[in-house]
Design a protein around this ligand. Structure first.
Ligand SMILES: [Zn+2]
Ligand SMILES: [Zn+2]
Length: 293
């Protein structure tokens, strides 16, 4: 039994209204022999907007789950995919912006949930307070405009690093992809105030870089689906825990590098510990607290 026997010829509902199916559907159809369906009248903005008019109901994973469940309820189908992106400083390199994308598969028939993930530094995610049309053009150029869309807001909107949840909700224009629309929005804002807030539009259909990251997360999802449990053969036999402690090559002390990974099956509960997942038996002394304090 392979993963495709669980999904072949079924319909996957893609819970998106921002054309994410362009990134997700071709990959899933090819890998799992499924049909895809994008529900009409499915308003994902109800589950949070990047421009913060509506807050996300929960964390990234829980929100993806809520969207998938809502799409299943709406369509009466049994298989759905939802994706959720999150932007901010890279966890290891704080001054670099990154895009963490999750693509979640929810299968009601088999009671399965499998999550693909990608972490990409290839993102134009940025925001700025500006005072002139020239500054708007400079921002637009750096953000990959007009292939990537922009959002113009009133100045009372703080930048991303200041608690965005508390931000007032005053979008003047979003999905800006033409110079004429950009000029009009900036002029409108500058007629009201000395400065305005400009940011990248992170919705998938306005952001080809994000679309690429969603495709990468979908590839990761497919890989995880194809990892089947050695005992019951259900798809999605994935890592649930990483244990640090890879010994230093020089002194043998435990380092923070991964020593082993624990795989678990969500269907039968079978577990397997994989030692040395990165094919390394020892850590470089540069990673050791004692050899390189
Ligand atoms: Zn199993
Ligand atoms: Zn050492």
């Amino acid at each position: 039994m392979s993963a495709s026997s669980f999904f072949a010829n079924r319909t996957v509902v893609i819970a998106s209204m921002h054309r994410k199916e362009e990134a997700i559907a071709p990959l899933l159809s090819a890998a799992l022999s499924v049909q895809t369906l994008v529900p009409e009248a499915f308003n994902t903005d109800a589950f949070g907007t990047f421009t913060r008019e509506i807050d996300r109901p929960d964390d990234q994973l829980a929100t993806a789950r809520i969207k998938a469940e809502a799409a299943l309820t709406l369509t009466g189908e049994t298989l759905a995919v939802a994706s959720e992106g999150s932007f901010g400083p890279h966890p290891q390199i704080p001054f670099v912006a990154c895009d963490r994308e999750l693509v979640l598969l929810c299968d009601r028939t088999h009671q399965l949930e499998i999550v693909g993930e990608s972490l990409s530094t290839e993102t134009n995610y940025r925001s700025q307070t500006i005072h002139s049309l020239e500054e708007a053009f400079a921002f637009a150029k750096a953000a990959g405009f007009p292939q990537h869309g922009l959002v113009v807001m009133r100045t009372s909107e703080p930048t991303f690093k200041e608690a965005p949840k508390k931000a007032p909700k005053e979008v003047l224009a979003k999905g800006i992809t033409t110079e004429a629309d950009l000029v009009a929005a900036v002029k409108m804002a500058l007629a009201e105030a000395e400065s305005l807030h400009i940011e990248t539009d992170m919705r998938a259909l306005y952001n080809p870089m994000r679309m690429k990251a969603i495709a990468q997360a979908t590839q990761d999802l497919i890989q995880k689906i194809n990892q089947c449990c050695p005992q019951c053969h259900f798809p999605g036999f994935t890592v649930v825990q990483r244990c640090p402690g890879l010994p230093c090559r020089c002194c043998g002390a435990a380092t923070l590098l991964t020593l082993s990974e624990l795989y678990a099956c969500q269907h039968c509960g079978f577990q397997h510990t994989q030692s040395f997942p990165d094919s390394l038996k020892f850590a470089d002394p540069g990673q050791c607290f004692y050899c390189n304090p």
